[in-house]
Design a protein around this ligand. Structure first.
Ligand code: SF4
Length: 224
């Protein structure tokens, strides 16, 4: 019996466009709620969990569009809903999904045979089943005033770092220097908004450090 309900903004099936799992068919579960405050955030509609925006689950499934609406769903309800999709890879994103304890949801999904990926800013403790692939996209010095947690970095399988300017790469180096397991983590640099200068910075840093370049391929082909 499921014990916890989570605020879900949308569920949609697409191709993972970023990072290690680029190109993999996936169902995205977007949770509502985030207090990290990235100025360039492209999902600002997920920040507030307002009771006024709560709707039924039917009103969020298969409904695209940037709305602040959310529905409360248990881990088992979410798992049952996923049977209508083909993809066997589930991406839990947000918002900031690590605001919530995801141990039950990730456990139920893995038990049902899915591979599960969490996308997080690294500013909350990561509470997931051990088999979960964790992607930390570290958000350093954002308006919300939160810090990237060393425990989140140590748990991550992949660091997917957004880059606009040189300082962002310096910030990444500083984070890596705090980590015990920095040799084993996969580092992907991702130019913000495909800017030419940011892309060149990422290319140079990837070659110099043997990191991986992550392009937001879904934006090139016009899918969500
Ligand atoms: S952590 Fe993600 S959802 Fe939250 S403000 Fe930053 S980019 Fe937006």
């Amino acid at each position: 019996m499921s014990k916890q309900a989570l605020p879900v903004n949308e569920i949609f099936e697409t191709i993972q466009g970023e990072g290690f799992h680029t190109g993999v068919a996936a169902v995205f579960i977007r949770l509502q709620g985030c207090d990290v405050g990235c100025s360039w955030c492209d999902t600002k509609h997920t920040w507030q969990v307002s009771p006024d925006d709560q709707v039924s689950s039917e009103q969020i499934i298969g409904v695209s569009g940037d709305t602040a609406r959310w529905a409360k769903l248990s881990a088992q309800q979410l798992c049952d809903l996923l049977t209508q999709y083909s993809a066997k890879h589930i991406v839990i994103t947000g918002g900031e999904p690590a605001m919530y304890d995801l141990t039950e949801l990730t456990g139920v999904l893995i038990q049902a045979g899915y591979s599960v990926q969490l996308e997080t800013s690294g500013t909350y403790p990561i509470r997931v089943a051990p088999e979960t692939w964790v992607t930390v996209s570290p958000k350093v010095a954002m308006q919300g005033g939160k810090t990237v947690l060393i425990d989140a970095l140590e748990r991550t399988n992949e660091i997917k770092h957004p880059v606009a300017r040189e300082r962002d790469i310096d910030n990444l180096q500083a984070l890596l220097n705090r980590m015990q397991n920095k040799q084993s983590v996969l580092v992907c640099l991702q130019p913000i908004s495909q800017q030419t200068r940011a892309t060149q910075l990422c290319i140079d840093a990837c070659i110099a450090n043997n990191w991986r370049l992550s392009l937001q391929t879904h934006k090139f082909i016009g899918i969500e």
